[in-house]
Each structure stands twice: as structure tokens, then as C-alpha cells.
Ligand binder design. Structure first.
Ligand code: ADP
Length: 989
């Protein structure tokens, strides 16, 4: 006990000894030692080292903590002070009598991150002379970005502080970063050159090659690649950051991901793998994102840890017929070294960490990914797709980082096995849309007008979440602003708008009086349509002159601007063409299906039966190909292996077919196609949609007795719903929904974004009875929430866990929800909510009957809890309240407890992981005392001590209906737990 008292008594002296020099170094050294001895945990450290606070306050905080931790910690504290202070400074303290011995902690720690802690004092001193080189090692291994380095190297810090920051940063990056750092230190020690080591530079030839490669990459990427029309748009002028997210939940990462995080260490799930996948919808900006990374690298402003970057387009690789080696692939498809090819290639093989390969559009490759054919030798020739698959899985060029883009639907489990991580590109946020439109229109008044028109058409705003549609809408702003009544709502509307725009702007034809714009350009539509249609059926996206000729595509058709000349780095091919964007190709294919006289009558049914083909394993291209008037070339293509990636293309095409055959557009086709043929095609589509949905409804299992009838959407359900939306005929939506009888509709992990929400709301609003709508783990976001409003009245419960929703989305959702009688439950676990949304919940709770409110894992603090409590005071219906993983602390718990004290409805309350202490627990005990309904109280992962538990026990003595109080992981010793357990069996520790 003596040493503990001494900490109190000598407080002034200790303060003086540690602070009088004015430097924080002594305090920090003491903290290093206490951390390494395990006397302080990380949270303690952070509580003491609060940035911006005075040194004296920090030391006082440490003294308080050391005192409360007890005799042993006090003894170790004295030992640390003794070690750190020069003798004369420690003279006034009774250091020798009371300090215990500092042990050298064991070298063999179970993890490298632990070693960083246990060896902290010596690591800090070892690192001081070589911070820059250590950072370089971390950058090269992909764990640190240049932003991380900047943070460590902040000039206001002393070298030892920089060393500590480096250690802390490395710890936060995880085990593999820690390993790299320890290895680096060990190597340096072994070579005896911790200080003053020489700078390494790559060989001259390699540097020359790098220059050539980067200027070629820069030239390739400085203009937006799929921008149509005559003027090129510079990527710098138009690039707008899209929303990036990790596909796997990653607890350590709260800040939004930046561009460099795509390649960096954030969110790595498989350290052994080299390939990062960027996935997203067609038109979601994947190619543009890669292009941006290429440009930044070539300019020397990002990804500088990579000396060489080789960009590939899978679309172009499709047309490589030769077998090649990796060396040939790199040099012939990207950049040819003028001299010393062998040396440069050897350098690449010897320095895998300095090389980055990117493959855009894996889903456009003719072959589906497989890891069956193994190849390890970089000089062995093989078909290009085999090289690609082996590069991705790392059997070729292990250690070289690869970034691959693909649509999400096309990524199978075999590929997932080989991924380092997956990053989802989620389109533009509302502010991204705003920013893009302003960049697109230099004239601010035009930009403001376009934005205003988007605000008044929420369906269109939802579509603009997709960058390609945002581009189209901006491109066609004159048409958009002039369209009043018939303003675009569906994707088909938007593409028709651009069709008209291109024809009217790029054609020199004078309009013939009385004929529609479409009629005038019907031949172009049919020629391009046939080219697109045949290409979609055979995974062909790059067309040769012969392909164009076969479909009758003329020079005049090309001039319209829908086809662009294909860029090919190897430039050995003759002129090749591709559509402005893959979706544009699908659109033309759909136009062809609707307008052509040459398609088979089974084309539409086959197109819509895709889901069956997936399930029966029948290749979609073969099925669809049978409808094509065959040409030698296409027959040949059909015989080749097809890829499951075609299904999404065919789905988009089918969606357009539905839209084009909508009643709203029928007048456009007048004089372009016999109306009897059109009518028949409409009937075919309607029948296919109805049959498709029936199939889904039939798959709903009968509910187990006592449970609700629930339907989990099968693949293709959302797509069918989108087709119905494109038709914009409420009769069809009503018909479809009249046959759906479920209580719960589960659409989790269905890749639902704002566009899908619009379609869902349009169709689901016709359900006859309210349902529970479960949309967990999608990317609904605030834009999507707004799109869902029209179907709120049929939702009795809404599950939106993990959907990137912010307070603004909630504000809009609840403003509508309050008016909907059946809406009584909501789950919003893991979104981006803060105290700014609780006033809306409070209002909801005051205003209407509401049963379940789950707001776990958001950012709600005591202020938010107080707001909620205001609402709860006036509420007489809430049964479930979940606030797991927020930060409401004691003050929040007290406020909630006083509001819920005499609740007669609350059955379940969770405040797990909220920093609630004994004060909060004692307040909550009042609910147990008084409430007649509460059955379960969850207080796991808090900091409740014995005092708090005593209050809970006392309260339970008066309560017989309470079933359990969960108290796992609170501030209780093992002995206390044992004893308290005996006293009250409903307490669970
Ligand atoms: P994906 O590769 O996912 O199919 P793209 O990158 O080809 O999509 O994007 C389609 C179009 O959308 C581009 O041509 C461009 O007009 C626009 N676009 C996409 N991403 C961005 C972005 N980040 N900034 C500006 N425009 C973009």
C-alpha cells in the first residue's frame, strides 16, 4: 500500500520532475515502458496523450490512472521514472525504495503487433535514425501510402515522437505491416547500418523504360476515354470521386476510402494474395477510376511506390489470338523497351513489389475466370487468358500487385478465393452528382438549371447516381430542360434522349417534313443495332472492318458518334471500333430486337429466359446465339467458350427491350416497324415478365407454423422488377404484385442501389398487404432511401442494415414514415448516423405507434440518447430498443432510464458497448424496479463495476418477469463475477 500512497504524496515532486524540462520526452518514455510492461493498455495511453492538452495535465492524468490501477502499477511506474530521469532530476523522489524491477518481456510474442508494444522502448530508439527508410519499406510493401508517411513525418515532432507515431501507425495497419517493420529493423541491425545507409536507385535502362512507359500511360489516360463527340474532355477537368467501399466489413476503417486505398493495405483480407478487385455496375466508373490512377501514377503524384505500371484492357486482350509469354504480353501490349529487353524483364522479375498491373473489365473477357490451368514460368507461351488467370492468382509473377475491375455479378467464388481484397465502387454520392454536373457545364447558370431540374425529378436523380447516366443527362441538358411533361424517368428514356441528341447534333441531314427523327435514321439504328446484337451474343465488344461491313455499317453511320475507334497500345491491328460504352451496345442490341424484321420470333423469350439458363448451366451465348442469323465468324465465336459475364449484358438488353416496348414510346416506332409486329413483341415481353415472377413466387416455401411467410429473392428477381419499371405501366406492376402473398420480402446482398430502389418502390407499392422489407447489406444510400418513399406505406418493417445511410436520408425517410400507419419497425445497424438524426426519431416516437427501433453501430452519443429519451417519454408502444455499439455513456443511459422507467411495453433493451459505467447501471436498475414489461437488458462490453451490479441485483429482487441481464466484459474481477453470479442467476457474465 505504501507505494500507492507515495504516488499521492509525492504528486507535486513527480509532476515537477517529469515536466520541468518543458519537453514531453520523459513522460513519453515512461509511457513507453508502462505500455511495454502491459501496465497500460492502448486506451489508457490514448486517454493520457490527448493532443493539444498541456504536459502537466497529461502527467496528472497518468498519476491518477496509475494510482487507481493499484500497488503493482505504482511500483512499476516508479521503476520507469527511475530509468528515464537523469539522477539529479529524480533526486527528490524516493525512487530506490519503492520501485519494482522492470522485466525484459519475452522475445517470443505470439504476434508482431504485440512485439511492437512489448519492445516499444528499444524500437523507439532504434527507429530514430532511419524513419525515412522504414517508411520506404512500408510503402514498398503496400502498407503505407504517401499520406501515411506525411503524418508520421510531421515536422513539429521530434525524431523520437516520429518513431512513436510510426509504431502507432503500423500497429493500426495490422499484423502484416508490423511484420514488415520488424523485419526491416532486424535486417538493418544485421547489416549494421541502421544509420546513414545508401540510397538505392534502379538501373539506368530501367529508368529510361519507366520514362517511356509513363509517357505512354499518360497519353492514354489524360482524356476521358469513352467520351463521344468531337471535342475531347480532359480527365482532370471532369473526374469526380465516386464512393468507394470495402466489400468486407472492416472494423478499423471508418473514414471513406480514397483512390490510393484501392491499392493500399486498407481492408486487406488475404495477405497472401496479390490481386485487388474493384467491382461495380456497368457504367459505374470502374474504367474511369483505373484511368485516373494511371494518370496520377504517370504524373508522379500517386502510387509512387510502384516503379512500373502496366495497364491492360480485357476487351482488347480478347482480340489477341497469339500465344504469348508474360514478357511478350507486357512489352507488346503496353510498352516496348528500346534496349536491353532481357535485363529489364529480369529487373521486373527480381522486384515484384515495384510493379503494378491493371486489368480493366475482366467481365468482358470471353473466358470465365478459372484456376485450373496452372502456369508458373514467365517465359512460357500460353493463350493470353491463361496468362491473365495465372497472373491474377499469383502463380505467375508472385508479389506483383494487380488491380482488376469487373461487374459484381460476374465475379464467381473461384476468383474471390484469390483476392487480396475487394473494393466496391458505388457510383456518385448526392454531392458527387452536384460536383460532376458543375464540372461538365462550365457555365454556372446552365449547371444550376440542370441541377434544379434533377431535384424536381427524383427518379432521374436516382439514375444519376450512376456516373454514365450522369454523363448522359449532362450531355443532353438542352433536351432535359426542354422536356417538361415527358421528362425522363427510366434508363430507356435517358438512352433514347441521347440517341436523339446524337442524331440531331451530329447529322447534317435536313429533317424531312413529317417524319420522325428516328425514321430518318432508321438505317443507322438497324446497322449499328445488328452489330451490337451479334456482339452481345458472342461477347464481342471490339469490331473489325469486316464485322462492320457484314452488318452494313457505313462511314456515315460511324460519323454519328456511337462507335469510337478502339485504342490499342500495341497498335499492330488495323482500325477497330467499339461502342461508346458497353451499355450503349446493349441499348442498340435492344433497338434491333424491337425494330428488326430479321430476328427470330423466339428471340424475346430466349432473352428473358436467362435465369433458367443460369440454373440449368446452358450457356447464354449459345441460347441467344441460336436466334442470330448466323455468319461464319459468329458461328465460330459461338463454338468458343462463353462466359457467365454475358448474363448481365443480356439482362441490360432485356431491360431496354422492356423499356422500348413501353406504351409511352410506341409512337416513336410508328412507320419504323409494323404495329402488329410490335404488339406481338409487347405481348411476348409481358408474358415473359409475368412467367418469370411466377417462378419466383412458386419458389417461396410454406411457412413453418408460427412463423411469417418469407421470400428470399432469387437471382434475377430484382432484374425482373427493373424490367417492369422500365415499362412504366402500373397495370403490369399491379398484376405482378397481386399474386405475391408474403409477410416478409428479403433482398439482402442483392446489389441494390438507388436505381433498383426506384424500381422496387414502383412495383412493391402495389402489394396488397404490408410486408417487412429487408434490404440489409446493399448500397441503398441516401439517394436510394428517397427512392423508396413511394412504397413506405406497404412496409411494416424496414431493415436497412449496412447501407451507407446518413442523417439526411433518415430525415426524409421519417418525414414520410410518420404518415404511414403500418410502418412500425426499423433496423439501421451499421450506417452513418449521428446525433443529428435522433431528433427525427424522437419526433416519430412521440407521434406514432412504433414497436422496434434498432440503431446499433452508429455514432450516437449521450446527446443523441437524450433526444431519444425525449421522444420515449411520450411513447407507449416501443418494445425493442437497440443501441449496441454507440457512445451514449453514463449520461445517455441515465436519460434513457428516466424516460423508460415506468414503461409498460419495452421488452428488450440493448446498450452493449456504449461506455456505460456504474452510474448508468444504477439508473437502468430503476427500469427493472418499475417496468412491468422489460425481459432482457443487454449491458455487455461496458465499464460497469461492482457498485453498478449491486444496484441491478437489488432491483431484480423486486422483479420476477425479467429474464436476463447480460454483463459479459465489464469492469469486474473474476472473484467478483463468481460471487455475483451466485447471488443472482439472471445476471449473465
Ligand atoms: P465502367 O467501367 O464501370 O463501366 P466507366 O468508367 O466506363 O464505367 O464510366 C462510364 C462513363 O461515366 C464515363 O465515360 C464517364 O463519362 C462517366 N464517369 C464514370 N466515372 C466517372 C468519374 N469518376 N468522374 C467523371 N465521370 C465519370
Amino acid at each position: 500500500m505504501f507505494v500507492q500512497e507515495l504516488v499521492l504524496r509525492q504528486r507535486t515532486e513527480i509532476l515537477h520532475a517529469l515536466c520541468s524540462s518543458g519537453s514531453a520526452e520523459h513522460l513519453e518514455q515512461v509511457l513507453d515502458i508502462l505500455l511495454s510492461q502491459g501496465e497500460l493498455i492502448w486506451e489508457d495511453y490514448q486517454n493520457i496523450q490527448v493532443p493539444g492538452r498541456t504536459l502537466y495535465t497529461n502527467v496528472r492524468q497518468l498519476l491518477d490512472l496509475v494510482y487507481t490501477k493499484g500497488v503493482d502499477t505504482c511500483a512499476l511506474f516508479y521503476a520507469a521514472v527511475k530509468q528515464v530521469l537523469p539522477e539529479e532530476q529524480g533526486a527528490g523522489l524516493s525512487l530506490s525504495e519503492c520501485c519494482s524491477n522492470l522485466e525484459e518481456k519475452e522475445e517470443h510474442q505470439s504476434t508482431s503487433t504485440q512485439t511492437l508494444l512489448t519492445q516499444r522502448p528499444s524500437l523507439v530508439s532504434k527507429l530514430q535514425g532511419c524513419i525515412d527508410d522504414a517508411l520506404k519499406a512500408l510503402v514498398l510493401s503496400g502498407h503505407f501510402t504517401s499520406a501515411d508517411c506525411d503524418e508520421v513525418r510531421l515536422p513539429i515532432h521530434t525524431p523520437s515522437q516520429q518513431a512513436r507515431r510510426l509504431l502507432d501507425h503500423v500497429r493500426s495497419k495490422g499484423e502484416s505491416a508490423a511484420k514488415v517493420l520488424l523485419q526491416y529493423i532486424q535486417q538493418k541491425q544485421e547489416s549494421g547500418s541502421l544509420l546513414n545507409q545508401e540510397k538505392w536507385t534502379p538501373p539506368k535502362e530501367v529508368l529510361k523504360y519507366q520514362k517511356k512507359l509513363s509517357s505512354s500511360v499518360s497519353a492514354q489516360s489524360c482524356f476521358l476515354s469513352t467520351y463521344g463527340g468531337t471535342s475531347h474532355m480532359s480527365l482532370d477537368d471532369i473526374y469526380t470521386g465516386g464512393q468507394l467501399e470495402l466489400a468486407h466489413n472492416c472494423e478499423n476503417i471508418n473514414a471513406p476510402l480514397g483512390l490510393e486505398d484501392v491499392v493500399g493495405a486498407a481492408g486487406t483480407v488475404n495477405e497472401e494474395a496479390d490481386t485487388v478487385l474493384v467491382s461495380g455496375d456497368a457504367g459505374g466508373g470502374k474504367s474511369t477510376l483505373l484511368q485516373r490512377l494511371h494518370l496520377l501514377w504517370a504524373r508522379g503524384t500517386a502510387l509512387q511506390e510502384f516503379l512500373l505500371l502496366f495497364p491492360f484492357s480485357c476487351r482488347r486482350l480478347n482480340s489477341e489470338q497469339r500465344e504469348m509469354s508474360v514478357q511478350e504480353l507486357l512489352f507488346q501490349h503496353c510498352c516496348w523497351p528500346d534496349r536491353e529487353q532481357e535485363e529489364i524483364f529480369q529487373f521486373i522479375l527480381d522486384h515484384p513489389h515495384l510493379i503494378l498491373l491493371t486489368f480493366d473489365g475482366l467481365d468482358e473477357l470471353k473466358q470465365s475466370f478459372s484456376d485450373e490451368h496452372r502456369l508458373c514460368c514467365p517465359t512460357q507461351r500460353a493463350p493470353v487468358y491463361i496468362l491473365l488467370f495465372n497472373l491474377i492468382q499469383g502463380s505467375l509473377m508472385k508479389g506483383v500487385r494487380k488491380v482488376v475491375t469487373s461487374r459484381q455479378e460476374a465475379v464467381g467464388p473461384v476468383l474471390k478465393k484469390h483476392l487480396r481484397k475487394e473494393v466496391l465502387l458505388q457510383g456518385f454520392s448526392p454531392s458527387g452528382i452536384d460536383c460532376f454536373v458543375r464540372k461538365h457545364h462550365r457555365d454556372p447558370t446552365v449547371a444550376a438549371k440542370v441541377l434544379e431540374s434533377l431535384q424536381t425529378n427524383t427518379a432521374l436523380l436516382g439514375l444519376c447516381h450512376s456516373p454514365v447516366l450522369c454523363w448522359i443527362v449532362s450531355q443532353c441538358h438542352k433536351e432535359l430542360l426542354g422536356c417538361g411533361e415527358g421528362s425522363p424517368k427510366t434508363i430507356t428514356d435517358v438512352y433514347l434522349m441521347i440517341l436523339q441528341h446524337f442524331f440531331q447534333h451530329q447529322s447534317s441531314l435536313k429533317s424531312t417534313v413529317g417524319s420522325s427523327w428516328l425514321q430518318e435514321h432508321l438505317n443507322t439504328v438497324l446497322h449499328l443495332g445488328q452489330l451490337a446484337f451479334e456482339g452481345i451474343g458472342t461477347s464481342c465488344y471490339v469490331f473489325s472492318g469486316t464485322d462492320l461491313e457484314t452488318c452494313g455499317v457505313t462511314e456515315k453511320d460511324i460519323c454519328m458518334g456511337f462507335l469510337i475507334q478502339s485504342k490499342d497500345m500495341s497498335s499492330t491491328h488495323s482500325k477497330r471500333f467499339e461502342f461508346l460504352h458497353l451499355i450503349m451496345q446493349c441499348f442498340f442490341a435492344a433497338l434491333y430486337i424491337v425494330l428488326s424484321n430479321n430476328t427470330d420470333r423466339s428471340t424475346i423469350p430466349k432473352l428473358f429466359e436467362l435465369q433458367n439458363t443460369r440454373e440449368t448451366g446452358l450457356r447464354s451465348s449459345t441460347c441467344f446465339g441460336a436466334c442470330l442469323p448466323s455468319t461464319d465468324q459468329h458461328e465460330q465465336a459461338l463454338k468458343g467458350e462463353a462466359t457467365s459475364a454475358e448474363t448481365p449484358n443480356l439482362q441490360i438488353t432485356a431491360t431496354f427491350v422492356s423499356g422500348l416496348l413501353s406504351q409511352r414510346h410506341r409512337s416513336l416506332w410508328l412507320h419504323c416497324c409494323p404495329s402488329a409486329v410490335l404488339e406481338k413483341r409487347v405481348r411476348q415481353v409481358v408474358r415473359c415478365l409475368s412467367k418469370g415472377l411466377q417462378k419466383h413466387f412458386k419458389s417461396i416455401p410454406q411457412p413453418v407454423a408460427g412463423e411469417k411467410k418469407s421470400m428470399h429473392a432469387m437471382p434475377g428477381f430484382v432484374w425482373l422488377i427493373k424490367c417492369i419499371y422500365e415499362m412504366q405501366e402500373s397495370r403490369i406492376a399491379k398484376d405482378a404484385m397481386s399474386k405475391l402473398e408474403v409477410d416478409h420480402l428479403k433482398l439482402t446482398y442483392c446489389n441494390i442501389g438507388p436505381v433498383e430502389c426506384t424500381a422496387l418502390a414502383y412495383v412493391l407499392q402495389h402489394l396488397r398487404n404490408p410486408v417487412g422489407l429487408q434490404l440489409d447489406n446493399n448500397s441503398v444510400g441516401d439517394v436510394g432511401v428517397e427512392q423508396l418513399l413511394p412504397c413506405m406505406h406497404i412496409c411494416n418493417s424496414l431493415y436497412l442494415r449496412n447501407n451507407n445511410i446518413t442523417d439526411e436520408g433518415i430525415r426524409k425517410l421519417l418525414a414520410k414514415g410518420i404518415q404511414c400507419d403500418s410502418f412500425q419497425k426499423i433496423a439501421l445497424f451499421n450506417n452513418k448516423l449521428t446525433d443529428a438524426c435522433t431528433q427525427h426519431f424522437s419526433h416519430l416516437l412521440k407521434t406514432k405507434r412504433f414497436i422496434s427501433l434498432r440503431l446499433g453501430n452508429n455514432n450516437i452519443t449521450e446527446e443523441g440518447a437524450k433526444q431519444l429519451a425525449e421522444g420515449l417519454k411520450h411513447n407507449h408502444s416501443l418494445e425493442y430498443l437497440g443501441l449496441w455499439g454507440n457512445k451514449i455513456k453514463d449520461a445517455g443511459a441515465v436519460a434513457l432510464a428516466s424516460a423508460l422507467e415506468s414503461s409498460t411495453t419495452l421488452v428488450w433493451l440493448s446498450l452493449v458497448g456504449n461506455g456505460v459505467g456504474s452510474v448508468g447501471a444504477c439508473a437502468l436498475a430503476n427500469i427493472i424496479k418499475n417496468s412491468t414489461s422489460l425481459e432482457q437488458l443487454w449491458l455487455t462490453e461496458n465499464c460497469i463495476t461492482r457498485t453498478g451490479v449491486e444496484c441491478l441485483i437489488q432491483a431484480l429482487e423486486h422483479n420476477t418477469h425479467m429474464k436476463s441481464v447480460w454483463l459479459i466484459n465489464n469492469d469486474l474481477s473474476l472473484e467478483e463475477v463468481e460471487e455475483l453470479k451466485q447471488r443472482e442467476s439472471r445476471l449473465i457474465f
